[in-house]
Design a protein around this ligand. Structure first.
Ligand code: PCD
Length: 781
């Protein structure tokens, strides 16, 4: 088995998952298990005057009702893991249940535990809470104004953080011939995984061990944070993420709910299960984005871009979620120049508290927003100077020779060749001809638009030193153990926590290549804090470049040791042993060989090992990369807008992505498809709508449109491969690229279609109504 990496293998986890043999949270049944539900605030902002749970407690199956007051002093507030330095961060403690004030619709007020899941919901209705409603701060720019309601009394103007990066001298700005300004709103959206969140706690009073199964993208971060919150040693807290129906960033955060379930299981001495309802998910799970981005792009008439100045006003919701503060600051603000060699840049971010559900990472987390503003404004700039948007991009690309390339904000892009995927994508769509056809169609009164996005994103977090410097309360390395059993079958432990991505297959491919053994001989173990010492989880498309790299290094170490054993048995020098396709052979002496399986047996029997060598065949690695990775590519979308209805139809979607070395092209393409679906969802259909009182008006799947397969044309996806120098696989992340790239590509296409009406921007999502109005107004002129 060689060259398994790069092969489009079908995912080995799918038969199990698709035939009902997965083990998702709700499949877990424990003897004596109780059920939990959380009473949530119907008000965006209110004082809690009184809570009366008497009637609920009278229900025979109800076991307990806890309120915020009951838990005071017993479980600590939930900390945010991001404490971005130099941003004057004002953290507001979030207790697992609200104590005297609720701050968003969905804020937990009481925890109810009952014998079954019906009784627990009946009991919720019987709890009487007396609220005194308060005015709410809902939208970030309004919330910052003098006199706006304060979410936390001691935090002035609701400003949670004020962060800056980069400075531009006045002369630079003054010398520009052209300035293009626009304000973009990247609206609030919901990650919407198929499976909502869940937690199951089980306490063993004998050992004092608490086991928590929960829908976490990063069980070790959950263990680290919750051991503090619950006051229990990490050695006594085991967190397991079972099979999970997606996360998309929404399951990174450590939520109050998981702390509550762990607490109740311990307090009651019985297992407790909580499964989030779909409607509950809309208000109780973190949302994504919600950033108002004001951009100014400076440059010359000939298209040379000189500076970009950005202000981001981000709605962080009522509390700081685990990664919340990092999204609109670091993830966004350092990437505002995109793929372009713009010499000067500055970003100023305000993070604002409001009476809404907290926001955190959602597929791309800051990078789609950064890409959105640069890819949108560059199109407007091209329009302003009358240059083709492709030409303007080309003219300003960071040149291939400049890599590793340092952008204006000081980030070092690991590798890149931006022209390559652009050229390929232009050929696939037949760009020249497409523009001619567009002209023809315009003459016939048809609105065709072509949208381009030549994105680059930062992922693969990343060097721990950098994480520390930017204020993340953790490292970002990964580890892996490759354990070879006496038969030569292998168990691989990885700290990453796949929840749909297919690591069992792709990491298996890495090991199959390294050890020269069949895929079927390799089992992967993930997502269990007892099996793996420490990890920083799966998000930021980091699992492959960091966790996969750790697996590769551990496998190399196994081979290194195995070579020594083979050399000893074959009475040769280790340097003379060649290892290929699972066979150790003495150089130049065919027949003088041992199979991988023979060495595995020898290592474990240990009858004849080199002097001083420890028995067994197993290796561990801890990998902390020297840099992030920066995937890039070109997405081109062709749309047609229906003049009569404002409806948008995507005619073609072409994408050429460069994610370094591709481990599994089938998986990678699937990732790109999924990413695009969510990006296009943001551009065209999805969007949270709040009333001025802070009520979520789009809180069900009846009011919130998720993308459907039939809304899409076939996605024409391909790759170019520019390896990354910062990990031994040469791989970059692919999990978020589709989302990052697609939002501006689609928006640019629609704006291009509507060009005859002179419209420059419409807030997303581009519902037919908004588009129709623009056409009507345009026609009226
Ligand atoms: N790959 C390959 N190649 C390359 C890369 C990669 O093949 N070069 C593949 C791997 O291995 C895997 C996948 O692909 O399997 C992915 O990967 P990555 O990129 O590394 O990533 P990860 O880390 O694993 O993951 C994460 C991501 C994210 S981030 C998100 S959102 C999303 C994505 O992932 N999510 C999800 N995708 C997905 N899918 C699914 N199914 N589900 C889900 O949930 Mo964030 O930060 O959290 O916001």
């Amino acid at each position: 088995m060689a060259n398994v990496v790069g092969t489009p293998l079908k995912r080995k986890e799918d038969p199990r998952l698709l035939t009902g043999n997965g083990r998702f949270s709700d499949d877990i049944q424990l003897p004596g298990m109780l059920h939990a539900a959380i009473l949530r605030s119907p008000h965006a902002h209110a004082h809690i005057k009184k809570i009366n749970a008497e009637a609920a407690l009278k229900l025979p199956q109800v076991v307990a009702v806890y309120t915020g007051k009951d838990l005071e002093g017993k479980i600590g507030p939930i900390p945010s893991s991001w404490l971005v330095p130099d941003c004057n961060l004002k953290e507001a403690p979030q207790y697992p249940l609200a104590i005297d004030r609720v701050r968003y619709v969905g804020d937990g007020v009481a925890l109810v535990i009952a014998e079954d899941r019906y009784a627990v919901r009946d009991a919720l209705d019987l709890i009487d809470v007396e609220y005194e409603a308060l005015p709410a701060a809902v939208r970030q720019k309004e919330a910052m104004q003098e006199g706006a309601p304060l979410v936390h009394d001691d935090i002035e103007h609701n400003i949670a953080l004020h962060w800056k990066a980069g400075e531009i001298a006045d002369e630079v700005l003054e010398s520009a011939e052209v300035v293009v300004r626009e304000s973009f709103y990247v609206q609030r959206v919901f990650p919407s995984p198929i499976e909502t969140r869940a937690a199951i706690g089980e306490y063993n009073p004998g050992s004092g061990e608490l086991t928590l199964w929960c829908t976490s993208q990063n069980p070790h971060i959950h263990r680290m944070v919750l051991s503090g919150v619950l006051g229990i040693s990490e050695a006594k807290l085991r967190v397991i993420a079972p099979d999970m129906g997606g996360g998309f960033g929404g399951k990174i955060g450590v939520y109050p709910d998981e702390a509550l379930i762990g607490y109740a299981a311990r307090d009651l001495g019985r297992p407790v299960k909580w499964i989030e309802q779909r409607s509950e998910h809309f208000t109780a799970s973190n949302a994504g984005r919600d950033e108002v981005i004001d951009v100014e792009l400076y440059g010359q008439r000939d298209g040379a871009l000189t500076a970009i100045r950005v202000k981001n006003t981000a709605n962080l919701g009522a509390y700081l979620s685990t990664m919340g503060p990092g999204v609109a600051t670091i993830d966004f603000g350092l990437m505002i120049t995109g793929a372009y060699d713009i010499p000067h840049a500055s970003c100023e971010t305000f993070g604002v508290y409001t009476n809404t559900t907290p926001t955190d990472a959602y597929r791309g987390a800051g990078k789609p927003e950064a890409t959105y503003q640069i890819e949108r404004i560059i199109d407007l700039y091209a329009r302003e100077i009358g240059m083709d948007p492709v030409e303007l991009r080309r003219k300003n690309f960071a040149p291939k020779e400049a890599f590793p390339y340092t952008n204006a904000q000081g980030l070092i892009y690991d590798s890149g060749d931006y022209e390559k995927p652009l050229q390929k994508a232009l050929e696939i769509v037949n760009y020249e001809q497409l523009r001619q056809e567009q002209e023809e169609m315009r003459k016939q009164g048809k609105l065709i638009g072509v949208g381009i996005s030549t994105y680059v994103e930062l992922c693969g977090f990343g060097p721990s030193k950098v994480a520390g410097a930017i204020g993340f309360q953790g490292g970002v390395w990964e580890n892996s153990t490759v354990r070879v059993h006496p038969s030569g079958k292998v168990t691989v432990y990885s700290g990453t926590s796949p929840h749909g991505q297919g690591h069992a297959t792709t990491f298996g491919q890495i090991v199959a290549d390294k050890l020269g053994i069949p895929m079927d001989d390799i089992e992967l173990v993930f997502s269990d804090t007892r099996a793996i010492s420490m990890s920083w989880g799966t998000y930021g498309s980091r699992s492959t470049p960091v966790g996969g790299a750790a697996v590769a290094i551990a496998a190399d170490r196994v081979v290194e040791k195995a070579k020594k054993i083979a050399a000893h048995e074959l009475e040769a020098a280790a340097d003379d042993i060649i290892f290929e396709s699972g066979i150790f052979q003495v150089k130049g002496v065919p027949g003088q060989q041992r199979t991988f399986q023979e060495i595995a047996k020898a290592a474990n029997m240990a009858w004849n090992l080199p002097e001083g060598m420890e028995p067994s065949l197993e290796a561990q690695s801890f990998f902390d990369p020297e840099n992030f990775v920066y995937p890039f590519g070109t997405h081109i979308v062709v749309v047609e807008v229906d003049k009569e209805t404002g409806e948008i139809q995507m005619k073609r979607y072409v994408c050429v992505d460069d994610v370094g070395r591709v481990i599994n092209p089938l998986t990678a393409e699937g990732q790109v498809h999924g990413g695009i679906a969510q990006g296009v969802g943001q551009a065209l259909w999805e969007g949270a709508v709040y009333s001025s009182e802070g009520q979520l008006l789009s809180g069900t799947l009846m009011d919130y449109t998720l993308p459907k397969a039939r809304f899409f044309p076939p996605i024409e996806s391909s790759f170019t491969e520019t390896p990354s120098p910062v990990n031994p696989l040469g791989a970059k992340g692919v999990g978020e690229t589709g989302t990052t790239a697609s939002i501006p590509a689609v928006m640019n296409a629609v704006m291009d279609a509507l060009k005859p009406y002179g419209v420059k921007d419409i807030d997303m999502p581009l519902t037919p109504e908004k588009v129709w109005r623009v056409i009507q107004e345009g026609e009226g002129n």
